[in-house]
Design a protein around this ligand. Structure first.
Ligand code: HEM
Length: 153
């Protein structure tokens, strides 16, 4: 199992996550539920989220080294009061974007990818509620294949 690629490698590296977040935020800004939330987003936002994903999925630790790491990401969501329909739309649109960006479509990759997206969006939803007790001092999570490593023949 020593030669099992990371999810980052399997996806095609950071460039693949940059394609993903470009496609995702193009959809987000046009979306009725999410668009208003992102109306004033930083023009670099898609790139920041791409380097976040890259780090989560086993790529370079650039978000931690150069962009404030986990506390910076969590702080961005505090007080936002994300609703469940908004969270679910985020999940739906990132999957549409994964198709558009040509991320691997094999069952193992998509199961692991969606597992992280479910986990991450549910945490963002919880942490964004007014008065939420938010745990700030954590590392960027490292997501793996779980029970189903990639099928390599
Ligand atoms: C897996 C789930 C999620 C991930 C990985 C994620 C990732 C991030 C990251 C890394 C940032 C900070 C970007 C920076 O460094 O400047 C951020 C900001 C933000 N996130 Fe999330 N997020 C998630 C879920 C959500 C959800 C569900 C919503 C709302 C429906 C949301 C709304 C926002 C907004 C509005 C910002 C600030 C954008 C700006 O003004 O630049 N996020 N997110």
């Amino acid at each position: 199992m020593g030669d099992t690629p990371t999810l980052w490698e399997w996806a095609g590296g950071t460039a693949a996550f940059e394609r993903l977040t470009e496609a995702f935020y193009a959809r987000v800004v046009e979306d009725d539920l999410l668009g208003p939330r992102f109306a004033r987003m930083d023009p670099e936002h898609a790139r920041y989220v791409a380097i976040w994903f890259a780090e989560v999925f086993g790529g370079p630790t650039t978000y931690t080294d150069e962009h404030g790491g986990y506390p910076h990401m969590v702080a961005k969501h505090i007080g936002m009061a994300i609703t469940e329909p908004q969270r679910r739309r985020w999940v739906n649109l990132i999957q549409d974007a994964a198709d558009e960006a040509g991320l691997p479509a094999d069952p193992e990759f998509r199961a692991a990818f969606l597992g992280y997206v479910e986990w991450g969006t549910r945490l963002a939803h919880q942490n964004s509620q007014p008065g939420a007790e938010v745990f700030m001092d954590a590392p960027v999570p490292h997501w793996g294949w779980g029970v189903a490593p990639p099928y390599q023949g």
